[in-house]
Design a protein around this ligand. Structure first.
Ligand SMILES: Cc1cc2nc3c(=O)[nH]c(=O)nc-3n(C[C@H](O)[C@H](O)[C@H](O)COP(=O)(O)OP(=O)(O)OC[C@H]3O[C@@H](n4cnc5c(N)ncnc54)[C@H](O)[C@@H]3O)c2cc1C
Length: 308
């Protein structure tokens, strides 16, 4: 049988077969990518998408801070945007950031230019591509408040400019189809005051220190807050604080965080999450929605997509 790599178009970027993905995620779990592709630039990405066989699935990942990759890995091609997509430019009160730019770097760049409105990004450990996809937010602000437009490549390799309205951003959600790849985003900031911006960013750092586990393997908030409620309160009321399956544990400090305490597998973490959902359903009747994106195949499963 022809190997997948031999069916893919020539690119200027890099292909790697059977590439470990666990090191590319915060949980540090999960199986490999059949092929990991790092595009050389946007044109290379467009050529790849236009030239790849239509039956080859493509999955884009950011810096893996909201991902649980199952142990069987991901079939097809996993795209990871790197340095060529990490440029940040300031034009007047607008900030144009490549999809691979880290949120925290975008916040710092805006601060340097004395622009306000993007401070919240300093508390989110993801990339701009992931922030747009998830409509990431914290401390009362979210991407949709300042996003003007994104540039995104469709599965056939065609570029599009989409407005924030086109993206249908809502709480930790966008309508962007899962097989479109964001390559950059333009934000509207406002002229601010250095000291106020610096203080806002410091307040975010302090609040994180107090309320979130640090230097741990986690995917951040596991479940979206239900309408009018807080996921962590329901999880706490269901008696799940500190609950464990293997090395997967519900954080004692912030019980909407699941932790990999060492040797947890993706299946341990997912099973723990499902157990939390079951207990919350039983105690409060609320059906929690996974905020963490679970992708890939369970261990031992043959080829085929399994995403949630
Ligand atoms: C300690 C911790 C704290 C966190 N705190 C917050 C918080 O306060 N607020 C918050 O909103 N989130 C928070 N998160 C979750 C996470 O940081 C965000 O969801 C972030 O936006 C994910 O970005 P990423 O680059 O890591 O994306 P990934 O986790 O790699 O991917 C997430 C999703 O985005 C998609 N994606 C990634 N890049 C692209 C792209 N270029 N084009 C299209 N789709 C793309 C992926 O396919 C996937 O569906 C936290 C996570 C951790 C670990």
């Amino acid at each position: 049988m022809t190997k997948l790599i031999d069916r893919l178009p020539q690119v200027r970027g890099e292909y790697r077969e059977n590439a470990p993905l666990a090191p590319l995620t915060w949980f540090k779990v999960g199986g490999p990518a059949e092929i990991l592709y790092r595009p050389a630039d946007e044109e290379d990405l467009m050529d790849f998408l236009a030239g790849r066989p239509g039956d080859v699935p493509v999955t884009v990942i950011g810096v893996g801070s909201n991902l649980l990759i199952r142990s069987g890995g991901i079939d097809g091609v996993v795209v990871r945007l790197g340095k060529p997509f990490a440029k940040i430019e300031v034009a007047g009160e607008r900030v144009v950031a490549g999809a691979a730019a880290l949120d925290v770097t975008v916040a710092a760049t805006a601060q340097k230019a004395t622009l306000t409105g993007l401070e919240f990004l300093s508390g989110i450990p993801g990339s701009i591509g992931g922030a747009v996809r998830m409509n990431a937010g914290a401390y009362g602000s979210e991407v949709r408040d300042t996003l003007i437009s994104v540039r995104a490549i469709d599965p056939l390799g065609h570029p599009h400019t989409l407005t924030a309205d086109d993206l249908g951003l809502s709480y930790r959600h966008s309508d962007l189809p899962t097989d479109w790849i964001v390559t950059s985003a333009t934000f509207q900031a406002r002229g601010g005051n250095q000291a106020t911006i610096a203080q806002a960013m410091q307040d975010i750092r302090d609040a994180r220190e107090d309320t979130q586990p640090r230097r741990v393997r986690t995917g951040g908030s596991t479940f979206a807050n239900p309408d009018g409620g807080k996921a962590w309160k329901l999880i706490d009321a269901a008696g799940c604080r500190g609950l464990r399956i293997g090395d997967a544990m519900v954080s004692e400090l912030h019980c909407n965080f699941l932790l990999n305490m060492g040797e947890a597998t993706a299946e341990d973490i997912e099973a723990l999450g499902e157990e939390v959902r079951r207990r919350v359903r039983e105690t409060s009747g609320v059906e929690l929605r996974w905020e963490i994106r679970r992708i890939g195949k369970p261990a031992g499963q043959g080829s085929g997509e399994a995403q949630a």
